[in-house]
Design a protein around this ligand. Structure first.
Ligand SMILES: [Zn+2]
Ligand SMILES: [Zn+2]
Length: 257
């Protein structure tokens, strides 16, 4: 990270600290109850304890729970340390649609602390977040995957490059069936400039894996030596990304679901 980027991050942190004093921390399990202290990972201790680890039998390539599902020759390694169950759907929904960028920073720290993420990060030269479309980024005001990537970069001393771009807006993957998901994101990404070395590609949730596959394809075409995709949550097959209803503090809600 350049000195200017670091100064900008520090200024943002100071701004957030002021904001935190005005808007006390709240967990997704009880959004109307302010928490007595700001929890390190954004969620309260009970919700952190209720995150379900994705560490039982799972595919060695795509990290999907259950037996290996990817054929030999599939080379995009994916790792998402938590199942998209329990409090995680509410947290991701609040990050994406409730203006809760603070949760993205907290959960980014949690992700960075996971031993497997540390191991994979050491094999990579840079973090690259999956981008939003320009329209969606403008509407939301931030990209939750970029915040996760910055948290990993800071914790593990990795540069973060925002070199991926969306060629077009795509329909949310959770609204589509398996075939539609492939065509929805095929060719959806391009890379600004050239990529040298290995990339830790960061997203919030891996559902079918098609989004990170399409993004990885663009990175490899731009010169990346290898791409590893990491995310907070892995959606079990057959499940859709749940969109729970949350009662968020209206003053912090920036975008309607
Ligand atoms: Zn909670
Ligand atoms: Zn698989």
């Amino acid at each position: 990270m350049s000195i200017f980027a670091r100064l900008r991050e520090d200024a943002l942190d100071t701004g957030r600290a002021v904001l935190d004093a005005v808007y006390p921390a709240r967990c997704v399990c009880a959004p109307d109850e302010p928490l007595p202290t700001r929890p390190p990972f954004g969620l309260c201790d009970i919700c952190v304890a209720n995150l379900e680890p994705n560490d039982s039998e799972r595919c060695a390539v795509c990290d999907h729970p259950g037996p290996r599902c990817c054929p030999p020759g599939s080379d995009l390694r994916m790792r998402a340390p938590y199942l998209y169950t329990g409090p995680l759907p509410s947290a991701v929904h609040a990050m994406k649609f409730g203006g809760r960028d603070d949760l993205a920073r907290g959960l980014g720290r949690l992700l960075a602390e996971h031993v497997d993420i540390g191991t994979l990060a050491r094999e990579c030269d840079q973090c690259v977040p999956v981008p939003l479309s320009t329209a969606r980024a403008r509407q939301r005001g931030y990209n939750q995957s970029a915040i996760l990537a910055r948290a990993i970069g800071r914790a593990l001393g990795m540069p973060v490059r925002h070199c991926l771009r969306r060629n077009r807006d795509t329909a949310p993957q959770h609204t589509l069936d398996a075939v539609q998901r492939q065509t929805n994101v095929r060719g959806a990404f391009r890379v600004k400039g050239h990529v040298i070395g290995s990339v830790l590609l960061v997203d919030d949730v891996i559902t079918s894996g098609e989004t990170v596959r399409a993004a990885a394809h663009a990175l490899l075409e731009a010169g990346a030596h290898r791409v590893v995709a990491v995310a907070l949550g892995r959606t079990p097959r057959g499940a859709v990304e749940a969109h729970p209803r949350l009662s968020l503090a209206p003053s912090r809600a920036k975008e309607a679901p």
